[in-house]
Ligand binder design. Structure first.
Ligand SMILES: [Zn+2]
Length: 295
């Protein structure tokens, strides 16, 4: 762990009549994939208290299919206007990624309309790239929409954040996604993060030169213990951990809690800091708009 000057700034918060100075823990981390629009404001407070220095929010499925392009326009405005303001109340920089999620990609005509409005938002100061794109059921239409997103990212020189399918579709879907990305000569793998990797997909992602994200879920995807096993096996050169913290069963503090488990298993403070802070910063810094609060 580095000196105090590199830690998140002390945050002053009002509680009733008094003011409480909250000293973040010695731990610092980035939440590189958190769906904050579905969380309550108290989660921001808990994250900052645990040492969160920035949160990055990919566009995702709302739990229902939006019926028109107008729904996405409002969602992108929420991600780029309202949510950064809510996070800023706690001194927390908030960034975002834009796309139509794979779950809503069956309607290719709607997807094309949504992809058509994304460039209107790409110049906004907190937009890091295109994401989370990818596949859900590995269908033909999802593949079409994935290719449209990759083309959009390439034309606008955007970073890419990829969602990989769940359970039995994951291995095949990850292969298909990597083939699309590798097949486009304009795409550089070090500018793409393939998220939700598990034991059977992380190797192929890292071997192809991409970054890999491990999503810490209490029930599905990757538990903290399994994520640490993966780090111990593959090293932490191009890996990060995130909580996803969406509207389903998920834990906004999954990253710092897993860091505590790493400490218990003998990982030193520098190795933990590299995985949960320096790595996401290194990846996100490829977008010049990514900036942490002065501290
Ligand atoms: Zn997500």
């Amino acid at each position: 762990m580095q000196g105090r000057e590199n830690c998140a700034p002390v945050t002053m918060l009002s509680f009733g009549r008094g003011r409480l100075s909250i000293e973040p823990s010695a731990m610092r981390y980035i939440e590189p994939h958190g769906h904050m629009v579905s969380r309550v404001t108290d989660d921001y407070l808990d994250m900052v208290t645990a040492g969160c220095a920035a949160v990055c929010e990919p566009a995702f499925w709302a739990g229902f299919d939006r019926g028109s392009v107008d729904g996405f326009f409002d969602y992108f405005a929420q991600l780029t206007e309202h949510e950064p303001k809510r996070a800023a109340k706690f001194g927390l920089p908030h960034f975002t990624w834009l796309c139509i999620n794979p779950k809503e990609s069956e309607d290719v005509a709607l997807a094309a309309e949504v992809i058509g409005i994304i460039p209107k938002f790409l110049d906004r100061p907190t937009v890091l790239g295109i994401g989370e794109i990818g596949l859900n059921k590995n269908s033909r239409n999802e593949m079409k929409v994935l290719e449209m997103h990759v083309d959009l990212a390439a034309r606008h020189h955007q970073l890419i954040l990829v969602h990989t399918p769940h359970l039995e579709d994951k291995l095949k879907g990850t292969r298909l996604i990597l083939d699309v990305l590798k097949g486009d000569q304009r795409i550089r793998p070090e500018r793409c993060i393939i998220d939700h990797v598990e034991e059977h997909t992380v190797g192929m992602v890292l071997d192809a030169g991409f970054w890999a994200g491990m999503t810490l879920y209490p029930e599905t995807k990757c538990t903290g213990a399994r994520a640490i096993d993966i780090v111990e096996k593959y090293g932490a050169e191009r890996l990060w951990m995130n909580s996803a913290c969406d509207w389903g069963v998920s834990v906004p503090l999954a990253v710092p809690r897993t860091a505590l488990e790493m400490r218990r298993r003998g990982h030193n403070a520098e190795a933990i800091d590299r995985l949960i802070y320096q790595n996401p910063v290194r990846f996100m810094n490829q977008c010049p708009k990514f900036k942490l609060a002065e501290g």
